[in-house]
Design a protein around this ligand. Structure first.
Ligand code: GLV
Ligand code: MN
Ligand code: MN
Length: 424
């Protein structure tokens, strides 16, 4: 069981760092920090300073990811391999301050804590502060971890944000290097695994009165862009029966999508339309075109694919009945990604020890950088309770005590992996 005074002091330090990062935003009114923006750059520089203070050697990679390295402190079975620990410092629009940012800070504080306790590890540590987990600026997500894992597809560099800026241009403006993104993957035989601490972003841990949990897998996810074209017309003169209103067609489809998603609770199916543009966008013009996002997730790939197929059938019905034309483009597909059993077991041992009671295992409905890192190496995640399960919302909140315990759990996981290095 943890010494609460010690872990609380660590949690207080985490809170100060959280607040320091949260002050870096595109807006004075809320926290918004998108990939490759000037505020992302300032946050990356602050994290770089913290990494140096913790004794790491630091570099920014070609994707803008901050990488801090610590060599092994002593010989072990893994030679010069490193354990990767990371999370992200980009945010959604009007975000909470803990999502991603706390994972990076937890990694830093774990390094500091190990150092303060005089621990020499039999493997290296590599801290990563990724810049694009949220996928808010460009149509795709997890760019920076995909580059570190070696699964990035270079045509993605030509994708544009809503202002028409390509990712290639944004990387150059940021001071990163689009030409070198293909050279940034870790060699698979140089890494031991990838660990991440993240807030749960859901209500399960709070309901079960547990500060920490062990992630088993990340849910299956896809994103689509749907475009419906109808016909513009005068809002005062075209009778209701003679309209081809793209927004009303979209509304009908969206209600249908909700009904489809509600049918499969067993597989934790969820569908969200979170972004929409209505054109031409005037109160006295019948909408001619609507473009919107569709995000579908489920506990299995089959359940997610079946839901998308049902949504497409529904879309074709709306298209025929409302005399509109509809396109349905897949922009992202991430299969169900199980965590590695060795890391999951180490996390379970560590979190149970830190909490003084058995840790529970849970599925992550949210996407995380582990989805990319799973292509490179085994990954494992520690979840931290957040108030009301609220996330992607400025009301996101984690207590100082829970943050302190999460850092202790990460330290204990690293020590458990180090202990395994001693075994014959
Ligand atoms: C990231 O937060 C996601 O799951 O969309
Ligand atoms: Mn996140
Ligand atoms: Mn998020």
């Amino acid at each position: 069981m943890t010494d609460i005074a010690i872990s609380r002091a660590i949690g207080k330090r985490a809170q100060q760092m959280i607040d320091g990062l949260a002050a870096i935003s595109a807006s004075p009114d809320n926290l918004t920090r998108l990939y490759l923006t000037p505020e992302h750059k300032r946050a990356a520089e602050l994290v770089g300073d913290w990494m140096r203070e913790a004794g790491l050697s630091v570099r920014m990679d070609a994707a803008g990811t901050m990488r801090g390295s610590l060599p092994p402190g002593r010989a072990g079975r893994s030679g010069n391999k490193s354990l990767l620990i990371g999370s992200h410092i980009d945010t959604v629009i009007d975000a909470g301050r803990y999502d991603g940012n706390f994972g990076v800070i937890a990694g830093l504080l774990a390094v500091e804590t190990l150092k303060a306790r005089g621990v020499a590890l039999p493997f290296g540590l590599e801290l990563l502060a990724f810049g694009d987990e949220e996928g808010v600026r460009f149509p795709i997500t997890l760019t920076s971890s995909a580059i570190a894992a070696g699964i990035f597809e270079t045509p993605t560099l030509d994708q544009t944000d809503r202002d028409g800026i390509t990712m290639r241009e944004a990387l150059t403006q940021f001071g990163a290097n689009p030409e070198a993104v293909g050279n940034e993957a870790y060699p698979a035989d140089s890494v031991l695994g990838y660990l991440e601490v993240h807030i749960e972003q859901g209500p399960v841990l709070e309901r079960t009165n547990a500060p920490l949990g062990v992630v088993t897998a990340i849910a299956s996810q896809s994103r689509h862009r749907i475009r419906i074209k109808g016909e513009a017309g005068h809002a005062g003169t075209v009778p209701m029966a003679m309209r081809r209103d793209a927004l009303v067609a979209a509304a009908e489809l969206i209600v249908g999508i909700e009904a489809i998603a509600k049918k499969d609770r067993k597989n934790a199916l969820v569908a969200t339309i979170g972004q929409m543009d209505v054109l031409p966008g005037a109160s006295n013009v019948i909408p001619a075109e609507v473009r919107f996002s569709l995000d579908v997730r489920a506990a299995t790939d089959d359940a997610r694919r079946d839901a998308v197929a049902a949504i497409l059938t529904q879309a074709r019905k709306v298209e025929a009945v409302r005399q509109v034309s509809l396109s349905f483009d897949n922009v992202l597909e991430k299969p169900y990604a199980p965590c590695g059993e060795r890391l999951t077991a180490a996390i379970e041992t560590a979190t149970s020890q830190v909490m003084g009671k058995p840790a529970q295992r849970l599925l992550s409905g949210a996407g995380h950088d582990g989805l990319s890192m799973a292509h490179l190496t085994e990954y494992g995640m520690i979840f931290v309770r957040c108030r009301g399960g609220i996330s992607h919302n400025p009301a996101e909140f984690v207590t100082v005590d829970d943050m302190g315990l999460a850092v202790e759990a990460l330290v204990a996981t690293i020590l458990e992996l180090a202990r395994q290095e001693e075994l014959p």
